[in-house]
Design a protein around this ligand. Structure first.
Ligand SMILES: NC(=O)c1ccc[n+]([C@@H]2O[C@H](COP(=O)([O-])OP(=O)(O)OC[C@H]3O[C@@H](n4cnc5c(N)ncnc54)[C@H](O)[C@@H]3O)[C@@H](O)[C@H]2O)c1
Ligand SMILES: [Fe+2]
Length: 388
């Protein structure tokens, strides 16, 4: 079997690295950026952390701050209009996964033929072309989007969260500065941290796993397994924030070069229909979906438990697998993850949408990478199991 490995050409990692944004642009001969961010980043002044160093270097960056959580095709179209209105030579995605994914999608749609819509690029299509390079600066730890060949965009016509994949979504460069995450609220720290953990675990047990992605996934699970709780309880803990940021990036590299699987396949429809934050819908599903596939990739799940530090080398695989399930449940408990019911989703609406959600989950292709591949009925059963 062969594996294709992709990653950004440059990753600048470390506390304070956002201050070096102008230098990074200069390395690639770029000087006319459009910064894509969200309204909070603008109103709180957080985006100045990347604008100020560019201005100090004599650049004149423009800002598009209309990104929404779970970015939509209509916001991407507005972003393309803003992009075309100026003479920009690159896009900078500054924020959580939503602004980074929006910047990537703007680059892809701006390179498309006139009249093409975002939905034409959803998997299995390949989105390999971008109009200009994208530089990503994550402020959550995180989606890992700064290092992946994916962008996730909601089709407002169908309420579908579409996975878009290809080299057009792969950033040219990433600046990964954990100091940007000190201000992340506790709930978002939990949600984004479980998202990272899910990326690493799914990449590791995926049918598309390979040795290179494995090493990144295991390293990410070591970092996240030991630091997520600390970052959640102590938001200013530098060591925990740094470890989480690195783990999130490595998890992104891992699943970008392997894949995500059933948790993500089932999570996207929950996000699209009920506007549950991405990491939180992953967390709602993670224990039950892991249990569903456990015995079909037991040695891998056991190794994941050992990497996370919840099982030892002496534990047999079955014991380590059980400890992994216990840990995922305990983590949800400690991090205050509700069930869909506890989150306020009405039972009747959940039940009514299950057939559509199961179809959308399967259509994304992600469930096919799971160690145990479910059919539609099994996905519906899993959705029912996690509801209450
Ligand atoms: N492209 C990929 O590879 C990939 C991978 C996983 C998830 N995603 C997508 O990413 C999106 C989720 O991204 P996210 O979880 O980072 O959330 P987000 O970008 O939607 O941000 C969530 C909230 O946190 C706030 N926030 C972000 N950084 C902050 C900071 N430093 N301080 C204070 N507040 C801050 C934002 O303003 C926002 O209100 C989803 O659409 C998901 O599908 C993409
Ligand atoms: Fe994710």
């Amino acid at each position: 079997m062969t594996a294709t490995i992709v990653s950004p050409r440059l990753m600048r990692i470390g506390g304070g690295s956002v201050g070096q944004i102008a230098e990074v642009l200069g390395l690639f001969g770029l000087s006319r950026p459009l910064v894509v961010t969200d309204p909070w980043m603008l109103s709180s002044g957080t985006v100045d952390r990347c604008l100020d160093p560019m201005r100090a270097a004599g650049l004149d960056p423009a800002v598009f701050a209309e990104t929404v959580p779970d970015p939509t095709d209509t916001v991407v179209e507005a972003g393309v209009a803003a992009f075309r209105a100026g003479d920009y030579d690159c896009l900078i995605g500054f924020g959580g996964g939503s602004p980074m994914d929006t910047a990537k999608a703007i680059a892809i749609l701006a390179a498309a033929a006139p009249g093409q819509r975002m939905r034409e690029f959803k998997v299995p299509a390949q989105a390999d072309r971008g109009a200009v390079p994208v530089i990503c600066i994550p402020t959550t730890a995180g989606t890992g989007s700064e290092a992946t060949r994916f962008t996730v965009i909601t089709d407002t016509g169908t309420d579908e969260k579409m996975l878009v994949a290809g080299l057009g979504a792969l950033p040219l460069a990433a600046i990964v500065d954990y100091e940007l995450t000190y201000s992340v609220p506790q709930r978002t720290t939990a949600d984004t941290g479980i998202d990272s953990l899910t990326h690493a675990l799914e990449a590791y047990v995926s049918k598309r796993a390979n040795p290179h992605a494995d090493s990144l996934a295991l390293s990410a699970m070591r970092l996240i397994g030991r630091h997520l709780r600390i970052a959640y309880h102590q938001p200013k803990n530098a060591a925990a924030r740094e470890a989480m940021m690195l783990g999130a990036m490595q998890a992104g590299l891992a699943f970008s070069n392997s894949s995500v699987a059933l948790v993500h396949g089932m999570s996207r429809p929950i996000g699209a229909h009920f506007h549950v934050p991405h990491g939180l819908s992953n967390a709602m599903l993670l224990p039950a979906v892991t249990e569903f596939g456990l015995n079909d990739a037991l040695p891998r799940y056991a190794e994941a438990a050992r990497a996370m530090g919840v099982a030892t080398l002496e534990d047999a695989d079955q014991v380590a697998g059980s400890k992994l399930l216990e840990e995922l449940r305990a983590l949800n408990q400690e991090l205050g993850v509700p069930t869909p019911k506890g989150h306020g989703i009405a039972a009747a609406q959940w039940e009514r949408l299950l057939p559509l959600m199961a179809k959308q989950a399967l259509a994304s292709g992600s469930p096919a990478n799971n160690p145990r591949v479910p059919d539609e009925a099994q996905i519906i059963a899993l959705y029912r199991k996690v509801y209450g």
